[in-house]
Ligand binder design. Structure first.
Ligand code: IMP
Length: 197
């Protein structure tokens, strides 16, 4: 089974990525690859650019096949914000709690038809050369509800309502989330590509 290092410090994402790809690929974290406390610079203008930058910084250090994910939430009523700033919406070291509070405040009074939102995930893959980067993208559409529901998942999951299941992603749990999410769709495209190449 081929090994890929995951260029991410986010433990929740790492858990989801391992669950989604686990059967077919050996995914190791940066710590497991011996790269502790490595600060990845994330200064791109798009999800794709950020994913590519993360993968390339880690590949240049470790020289082993690398994948990276950059993701975020684009809200209709906010003209697509917070977008690439999703993790720092309420400030540089904002917690999920602080980010959700800011989001709900900005959406106060917005009717349901303006609360549409999309999670976006870009996955970058580098196999042999930092000059050769493949990008795979996935999206997941839903609504931002007015208060938190559910205890699973991470980030904005408690306020992201997925109409097909009449539940927030935090109410659904990993098994279902990992079959419908933006991350699942991007990783499915990634694994389909590798199986065909
Ligand atoms: P980054 O990709 O590490 O820059 O951070 C993306 C941010 O988007 C995370 O910190 C979360 O707040 C949010 N996010 C990305 N994917 C998800 C998800 O599956 N559920 C909830 N929040 C997410």
């Amino acid at each position: 089974m081929k090994t890929y290092v995951l260029a991410s410090q986010n433990k929740h994402k790492a858990k989801e990525i391992k669950q989604i790809l686990g059967g077919d690929f050996n995914i190791i974290t940066m710590d497991e690859a011996g790269l502790d406390n490595f600060k990845i610079i994330e200064d791109g203008k798009t999800f794709e650019e950020n994913a590519a930058k993360k993968a390339s910084q880690v590949f240049q250090r470790l020289k082993i096949p690398t994948i990276a994910d950059d993701s975020g939430l684009c809200v209709d009523h906010l003209g697509g914000r917070p977008g690439i700033y999703t993790s720092r919406f309420a400030g540089e070291n904002a917690t999920d709690e602080m980010n959700i509070s800011k989001l709900l405040k900005e959406l106060e009074g917005a009717p349901i038809n303006e609360r549409g939102a999309e999670f976006v995930c870009a996955v970058a893959l580098i196999e042999n050369s930092a000059e050769d980067i493949k990008i795979f993208k996935g999206t997941c559409r839903g609504y931002i509800i007015e208060e938190k529901r559910g205890n699973n998942g991470f980030g904005y999951d408690p306020v992201f309502y997925y109409p097909e299941y009449s539940a927030t992603l935090a109410e659904l749990g990993d098994d279902i989330k990992n079959k419908i999410s933006h991350r699942y769709k991007a990783l499915k495209a990634f694994s389909d590509y590798l199986k065909m190449s």
